[in-house]
Design a protein around this ligand. Structure first.
Ligand code: NI
Length: 173
């Protein structure tokens, strides 16, 4: 089998990042191929998480790997937060769709999430630390939300113009 081909990642402020994803109807070959390609794309970009929204597929699919060894892929299909800790913490976040930008976002320190895995089996996962943050960040993408939207309008506008300028320059060269 050929290695899965990479998918282009949408870059903020691309309006397609605001699309709300639909639930996956069936975990079939099409979804399994999407997952393989999303994982390859995430590893290639050195990311710890990727939502289908970021590759312009508007279905509720997330891939994550927060392991240091980069060999513990986690697939969440139709994820739902069952519980989020009232205790929150502000931590630095980045995003493959917002290259080069890192800023603090307040998130629950632990979550319980229910989702289908890559085989379509229902699972419940208790997550904390970086994994909990990553799940919340990726689930925001599925709702059309990018982490910079938690920042002040001033900061957000600055990031927007910086990225628009960088994309314009990349097109020119
Ligand atoms: Ni992101």
């Amino acid at each position: 089998m050929n290695p899965p081909s990479l998918l282009p990642i949408l870059c903020y402020p691309d309006p397609r990042l605001r699309t709300v994803a639909k639930p996956v109807a069936a975990v079939d070959d099409r979804i399994r191929e999407l997952i393989e390609r999303m994982l390859a794309t995430m590893y290639d970009a050195n990311g710890i998480g990727l939502a289908a929204t970021q590759v312009d597929v508007h279905e509720r699919v997330i891939v994550i790997d927060v392991s240091e060894t980069r060999d513990e892929p986690l697939v969440l299909i139709n994820p739902e937060i069952e519980w989020a800790s009232p205790e929150t913490r502000k931590g630095e976040e980045g995003c493959l769709s917002v290259p080069g930008i890192y800023d603090g976002v307040e998130r629950s320190i632990a979550v319980r999430v229910r989702a289908l895995d890559g085989q379509g089996k229902e699972r419940t996962l208790d997550a904390q630390g970086m994994l909990a943050v990553c799940i919340q960040h990726e689930m925001d993408h599925l709702m059309g939300k990018v982490f910079v939207e938690y920042l002040s309008p001033l900061k957000r506008d600055r990031i927007k113009s910086k990225l628009v300028k960088a994309q314009r320059e990349a097109l020119r060269t």
